[in-house]
Unconditional design. Structure first.
Length: 398
């Protein structure tokens, strides 16, 4: 998740939430639906430039958390006592080599070999805890001496020569280095929330037209080394539900299509900035729209329609509510969201387990911002945590 993200419009002239933006010819796929014939996916693949192939057995539905990105956070007990004990069976590992290089004060490629060694260590620890991992390229391969990860939100970035070469190089190295532990990799998440930032800010974010062909090239590179591991494709912009409109499947049958769910952003991210006032209540009237479970379902209709048509798996890579949202409202939103995910058999990972305390399930609802004393965990499990723990229990049966 990028906290300066734009949002999806339910009523475009009335309000802006985070997730759906401008209706563009980019979209994404969804989960298996019995009544759709297998031929439809083959037809779509042919239209997308791929060969019609037999649809593989869908991957298992998994439920878990998004990880922090700092290697220093991963204490030895993290995978066993923190993640696994909650009932999670998957961890979406944020792969952020640029930030790692910055910390070492090295260039991207100087730091790259040791970054890969650290990544292998984390996969091995996850494997020992019985966890699958999603390898999420959470920031772009960029020159840390001249730029930051924010460059990826500019038009100029997506037009750079050699862009495909850098992404393919990174993924070729990741797939090669992690090959001995491939059985623990749930999927390769090609790139987090591709987008072009709104310019000026009042305009909605855009989908980079280069993203889909770039993703296809990355997939071709991965398939030279690994034919079976599932690949996770995030739609543009920002992996929002609106990115699924008019989408056709990618030319590979083993692709999981991702969506991030934060609608309405004015509720889920309230208080994160002065432009996001609090308190905001759910269910309730939010920026001129009555938000409830049915409204949430309507924003996800592009994903559901895609799922119905193409019989492909869906993965909710991120969803959450800021912890200082009104307690009963946060509980209601999380219950509604997870019930929809379960209804449509979508895998999901909740943001996040560790890192920024604003999204943490371990802390109470007291407001916090940088500069304030660090919050203290309450003595009892939070109400938000109980919702997610109950949802994770489905990993182990009815």
């Amino acid at each position: 998740m990028r906290r300066n993200a734009a949002s999806e419009d339910l009523k475009p002239n009335i309000f802006i939430t985070r997730m759906a933006l401008v209706a563009l010819p980019m979209a994404t796929c969804a989960a298996p639906v019995p009544k759709t014939c297998a031929a439809s996916h083959a037809v779509a693949m042919t239209a997308a430039g791929g060969r019609a192939r037999q649809i593989p057995k869908p991957p298992p539905v998994v439920r878990g958390f998004v990880s922090p990105w700092k290697f220093s956070f991963f204490r030895p007990h993290y995978f066993h006592l923190d993640v696994r004990s909650w009932g999670a069976d998957v961890l979406r590992l944020q792969v952020r080599p640029g930030a790692y290089a910055e910390k070492l004060r090295e260039t991207f490629w100087q730091a790259w070999p040791s970054f890969l060694d650290q990544l292998v260590l984390l996969i091995r620890r996850a494997q020992s805890a019985g966890l699958k991992v999603v390898l999420d390229l959470h920031s772009p391969p960029y020159d840390t001496s001249t730029a930051s990860y924010k460059v990826s939100g500019t038009r100029a970035y997506w037009r750079r020569s050699g862009l495909a070469h850098r992404y393919c190089h990174v993924w070729r190295d990741i797939v090669s280095k992690t090959a001995p532990w491939r059985s623990s990799i749930y999927g390769y998440d090609l790139y987090n929330e591709p987008h072009i930032s709104p310019q000026p800010p009042r305009h909605g974010a855009l989908a980079p037209p280069q993203w889909r062909p770039l993703a296809i090239k990355i997939i071709e590179t991965i398939r030279e080394l690994d034919e079976k591991t599932w690949i996770i494709y995030e739609v543009a912009p920002y992996d929002s539900p609106g990115g699924f409109r008019n989408l056709t499947p990618l030319p590979d049958p083993r692709v999981i299509y991702s969506v991030h769910v934060y609608n309405p952003w004015a509720f889920t991210a309230q208080g994160l900035s002065k432009n996001l006032p609090r308190p905001v209540y759910y269910p309730g009237m939010i920026q001129g729209v009555m938000w409830n479970k049915n409204t949430m379902l309507q924003t996800l209709k592009p994903v559901i329609r895609f799922q119905d048509r193409y019989r492909v798996p869906i993965y909710v890579g991120e969803f959450s509510v800021i912890r200082w949202a009104p307690r009963k409202s946060a509980v209601a939103w999380l219950r509604d969201a997870t019930s929809i995910f379960e209804q449509y058999h979508w895998s999901w990972t909740c943001l996040n387990f560790g890192e920024y305390n604003g999204w943490s399930l371990k802390y109470g609802s007291q407001y916090w911002k940088p500069g304030m004393p660090p919050p203290r965990p309450p003595r009892h499990e939070t109400a938000r945590a109980r919702v997610i723990r109950a949802a994770l229990a489905k990993n182990w049966g009815p």
